[in-house]
Ligand binder design. Structure first.
Ligand SMILES: C[S@@+](CC[C@H](N)C(=O)[O-])C[C@H]1O[C@@H](n2cnc3c(N)ncnc32)[C@H](O)[C@@H]1O
Length: 394
């Protein structure tokens, strides 16, 4: 008998076509997962290593999506994360929505379907907000007992099979309308052993990094995805990828929603896209990151030979003088990287440099620009500066 905790890194390997995919013979699972009836029940006394199925925010058993339009999320999470959610100030606050719907779902050439604007959307505007259908850990420690020594791929396949059983319980808890929406999403993991639910999660999940409770170090979160969650959304998961994205998304714990913002002005009819990869990665590294999604990116950054050098430079460019900052902003803009935190950092530097010169007019201009990037933690800082804000946009 062999007993192994399969590291999450192994899971990353299976994509594309895997020969002999599926559950290897001869293993015995020993997971314990808690199903919960009362979403508001305290978490004290629960085993901190066992995940919990919970509906958040708490709803009545007979709730329907039509009657409760803000929706709710079926979650699989560790008890300390549930405690963090329940004690977040304002939770569960109602969804914050744009004044009118400004997008539609439609066919996107060679990309399946995607979201397109139905009116002009301005930089910094909220495009949509929604509660995810599901929220699951990006990494679950699963101890599996084997009756024979397995190959590395067989271990991965066993783990994938186990995950599917776990996800199936979550899926069965979804409201029938949500189940239909979930199953209608794309699945790029049809031939690597992933089950139908795990495949959809792997194809569509957006990372949630703000549910860290201190159990894991920043390094563990970064390299092993410990404490990071995956949210599958009905709408935002429809966004296709671009290396120069015109939107970015952020999870808000208080309203328990994913929010999508326009990173720059977007004309009517343009496809909304966000980035599935690290923004500072170079073209070949981005293509490698995209392999599990089953496509090669052909966006303009991937087709422009000078892009790599410009992208690399734009992330290391100094911000010591006003001229540096303006040059850096224009490099990032040429790369279409207004969503990068580096862009916001540069706006902050400009604001401070102009303030240092006593130039309140220009300091205010960049403070306003920073304040209109609500996805950045620096936006609040800009709003708190006693500058001459006015209503005009910059
Ligand atoms: C999260 S889904 C995006 C929505 C999907 N297009 C749909 O029809 O629901 C991810 C999948 O969309 C497709 N996709 C996303 N971005 C793409 C791109 N830039 N080029 C080609 N296909 C893309 C790939 O099939 C990928 O596995």
């Amino acid at each position: 008998m062999f007993s192994v905790v399969v590291p999450s890194e192994l899971l990353e390997r299976s994509h594309g076509f895997v020969e002999n995919a599926g559950r290897p013979e001869g293993y015995e699972a020993q997971r314990t997962i808690l199903k919960e009836r009362d979403a508001l029940a305290p978490t004290e006394g629960l085993d901190s290593d066992n995940t919990l199925y919970t509906t958040q925010p708490s709803i009545r058993m007979d709730a329907t999506p039509a009657a409760f339009s803000d929706g709710w999320t079926e979650c699989l999470l560790y008890p300390d994360v549930k405690a963090l959610i329940l004690t977040t100030p304002g939770f569960p606050s109602p969804l914050f929505r744009p004044s009118s719907r400004g997008y539609r779902l439609g066919p996107s050439p060679n990309k399946g379907r995607g979201l397109f604007t139905t009116r002009k959307i301005s930089a910094g505007d909220l495009v949509l907000s929604e509660r995810p259908l599901t929220l699951t850990p990006a990494w679950i420690s699963t101890r599996v007992r084997y009756l024979k020594e397995l190959t590395a791929e067989e271990k991965v396949q066993t783990q994938i099979y186990e995950w599917e059983q776990t996800f199936k319980v979550l899926f069965d808890r979804l409201h029938p309308d949500y189940r239909t929406a979930f199953m209608a999403l794309a699945n790029s993991h049809q031939r690597d052993g992933s089950g139908p639910i795990g495949g959809i999660i792997r194809t569509n999940a957006l990372g949630v990094r703000c549910l860290q409770t201190g159990r894991y170090s920043a390094e563990e979160a970064r390299t092993l995805r410990r404490g990071i969650y995956s949210a599958v959304c009905r709408e935002i998961s429809r966004l296709n990828h671009s290396c120069s994205p015109n939107t970015t998304a952020k999870f808000d714990v208080a309203s328990f929603s994913y929010q999508l913002f326009a990173a720059r002005d977007i004309p009517k009819g343009e496809e909304l896209k966000f980035s599935y990869t690290a923004l500072n990665a170079l073209a070949e590294a981005r293509q490698t990151e995209l392999e599990p999604y089953g496509f090669r990116c052909t966006c303009s950054a991937c087709r422009t030979p000078e892009s790599d050098a410009r992208r690399a430079l734009s992330f290391v460019f100094p911000v010591e003088t006003i001229e540096d900052c303006l040059e850096k902003l224009s490099l990032l803009e040429e790369e279409g990287l207004q969503v990068a935190e580096e862009y916001c950092e540069t706006l902050k530097s400009l604001m401070n440099l102009y303030l240092g010169r006593g130039d309140v007019h220009n300091a205010s201009k960049y403070a306003r620009k920073l304040a209109s990037r609500p996805w950045s933690p620096l936006a609040d800082l800009a709003r708190s500066y006693p500058l001459h804000f006015n209503r005009s946009r910059c």
